[in-house]
Design a binder for this molecule. Structure first.
Ligand SMILES: [Zn+2]
Length: 319
């Protein structure tokens, strides 16, 4: 049996249980947070994380995969405090969350040197702790796969080859980044079963998503509640169709919820909710509305629930 690294140490793969494959206990710009720490309230953030994770726990979640990487304010000590307090296992990553920008530090170092940084996080520990990363994270967004984004993807791929760690790649279906991201991983020799392309559920173009699945990767239907990208009825219809076509073994369902996020002033959340840009965004929406709806439609049964929330994350994390 394989083991998976969590912020509390390694656990047996069968201890992962029901997994939310993409949630953030906190998301913030680490540079701003370091320069103006008084603008942040650590206790408030911690409390928000506890509320979100406890709610998930009540729905039966035993493990949360938290793909907060560099530029998302990754803080494994914070994550471990949340895991210790809630009893929910949290799986941390290494990598760079950038749509293009790279610090001069990495601009002037090559792909392999960048990969070394990720390997250290996987094999030794993160941020001076013994907490090890279980997977690798990179991103491509509206700007597409720019030169810097490609460099990060290649470094991620090489770190995966060296360590065996799986990969999660943030994608943007609106500009179809997914196929090129998969192509880069393939060029570097990464097996597609190690790759999860996140945010595919932001489109209802089933053919696009199926095109990715056909290449052997996992796809994330992982932004439930973020109506601004795609409303829930369209997300659900897409999920149901993918299940009807027999793709349960390639799907991850999650919410990309951020218990706190500093991208907007705090009061903006209420405005977004009132304008319908977000709706019931949380770590529990998929259990409250999505799973019940899919079951009602006959698109999901106990077996496919188990496949999506237990087996797929486990298979991906131990690939
Ligand atoms: Zn995310």
């Amino acid at each position: 049996m394989s083991q998976v690294q969590t912020v509390q140490g390694a656990v047996e793969e069968d201890e992962l249980g029901v997994v939310l494959a993409h949630e953030h206990v906190r998301f913030r710009d680490e540079a701003v947070a370091v320069e103006w720490p008084v603008r942040y309230d650590e206790q408030l953030e911690f409390d928000a994380a506890l509320v979100a994770v406890q709610a998930a726990k009540h729905e039966g979640v035993r493990t949360i995969v938290d793909p907060t990487a560099m530029f998302g304010g990754r803080d494994v000590r914070f994550m471990k405090r949340v895991a210790d307090e809630t009893g929910v296992q949290i799986v941390a990553c290494t990598g760079i969350y950038s749509y293009d920008y790279l610090p001069h530090y990495f601009e002037n170092r090559d792909v392999d040197m960048m990969a070394d940084h990720f390997v250290e996080d996987i094999e030794i520990g993160i941020q001076g702790t013994e907490i090890r990363a279980a997977f690798l994270k990179c991103a491509a967004d509206a700007a597409g796969v720019t030169e810097n984004v490609e460099k990060i993807h290649r470094a991620i791929a090489r770190a995966s080859l060296q360590t065996g760690a799986p990969i999660m790649a943030h994608s943007m279906p609106a500009v179809a980044t997914g196929p090129r991201q998969v192509e880069i991983f393939e060029e570097e020799g990464v097996h597609p079963a190690k790759v999860q392309i996140a945010h595919c559920g932001d489109t209802d173009d089933v053919e696009y998503i199926e095109g990715l699945i056909d290449r052997g990767v996992y796809v994330g239907l992982d932004r439930y509640g973020l109506e601004m990208y795609l409303p829930i009825d369209k997300r659900n219809a897409t999920a149901a169709e993918l299940l009807r076509r027999g793709h349960a073994e390639h799907l991850m369902i999650s919410q990309d919820f951020c218990a706190t996020i500093d991208w907007f002033p705090r009061e903006a959340a209420d405005v977004f909710e009132s304008q319908g840009a977000i709706r019931k965004w949380s770590m529990t929406l998929v259990f409250e509305e999505v799973v019940p709806w899919l079951r009602e439609q006959g698109a999901m049964d106990d077996a496919s629930f188990q496949t999506i929330f237990v087996e797929n994350p486990k298979r991906w994390l131990t690939a």
